[in-house]
Design a protein. Structure first.
Length: 325
């Protein structure tokens, strides 16, 4: 019985994390499709975070309802909550989804791998962390950081040959079966998209540094998350109203775009956040980031499945985009 429980303790978190990465990439592709079809990325970020905040705020109080804890309404924490919302939601998500509109989910995954490396650099620069350069673990961290940065550059700048070309049979099938998903953008905009995504990764890395210090001082994780989610949503609303002044873009219709917004808000605020929190508590703080490379695997699989072609490095647009209606 003990052996079975131990095996389940390994299999269940692993399976859940792989599923979370697959669902995240699936929603990213759907978001790419919706944005290509005309939905504003700024509007998408606002509405998904509004739904997330409305769900997360009452959920956090229910989760902590029987606990006696320190007050959260202190000025130092409010400052931290402001910057957590700014870096973790307002800046990072807007940059990420605008970058997604110029690139593809694979580039999103590749640039997302920069976050741990940038977090490591941010911990060294202010001397929060002093690596022992003679230690093999420190050398591995530095080497991994350099490889991640070089890999992100190669993914964006190197345009290689086809790994798999479309056959006549598959080309015929693609003409018969209507396309519903958009995976690529025009290659001319990819460098701009990668720059925006790299900036989003830097913002998330700054959020990681602030968040680690905040959790140490205020262990009420769910309440802190709900408050900074609310703060980030308000900041997103102000920023998006400046960037997106077309009132028609803010009108929602009963279509798949509305369903995508609701599913993304529920998944991001309740399901994924709680799975990540549970896995981090069970396996440690470095367990969740270990599964980021699975995102590239899923994105590559979906890309081959829906476009039937694959390149080394930067991708080409194999066909006209189909709107998400």
């Amino acid at each position: 019985m003990g052996v079975l429980r131990e095996k389940m303790g390994e299999v269940v978190p692993f399976t859940l994390m792989v599923i979370m990465e697959g669902c995240t990439i699936g929603l990213t592709i759907l978001a790419k499709t919706a944005i290509t079809g005309g939905m504003s990325p700024f509007v998408f970020v606002v509405y998904t975070n509004v739904i997330g905040s409305l769900l997360l705020l009452p959920f956090s109080f229910i989760f902590h309802r029987e606990r006696t804890e320190q007050s959260l309404l202190t000025f130092p924490l409010l400052v931290r909550i402001f910057f957590l919302g700014l870096t973790g939601i307002a800046v990072s998500q807007n940059l990420a989804f605008v970058g997604l509109s110029y690139s593809s989910p694979i580039v999103v995954c590749a640039m997302g791998l920069l976050t741990p490396s940038l977090s490591f650099l941010l911990s060294i620069i202010p001397r929060r962390t002093r690596p022992n350069w003679r230690s093999s673990s420190s050398q591995a961290e530095v080497t991994g950081t350099l490889i991640s940065i070089m890999g992100a550059v190669v993914v964006e700048l190197y345009k290689g040959p086809f790994i798999r070309k479309s056959s006549y049979f598959y080309a015929h099938q693609l003409k018969v079966i209507p396309k519903r998903l958009v995976f690529y953008s025009a290659p001319d905009n990819w460098i701009l998209g990668a720059i925006l995504l790299a900036a989003a990764s830097l913002s998330v890395a700054i959020w990681n540094v602030i968040q680690l210090g905040t959790v140490k001082q205020y262990p009420q994780v769910m309440k802190v998350a709900s408050f900074y989610s609310l703060a980030g949503t308000i900041q997103c609303l102000v920023f998006s109203l400046i960037m997106e002044r077309d009132l028609n873009a803010w009108k929602l219709k009963l279509n798949l775009e509305l369903l995508l917004i609701v599913v993304t808000g529920v998944f991001g605020s309740i399901i994924r956040s709680n799975v990540h929190l549970a896995c981090s508590r069970m396996k440690g703080p470095f367990y969740v980031p270990m599964f980021k490379p699975f995102g590239i695997v899923f994105a590559t699989f979906f890309g081959v499945t829906f476009t039937n072609s694959l390149h080394y490095g930067r991708f080409q647009l194999p066909g006209p985009p189909i709107s998400f209606k």
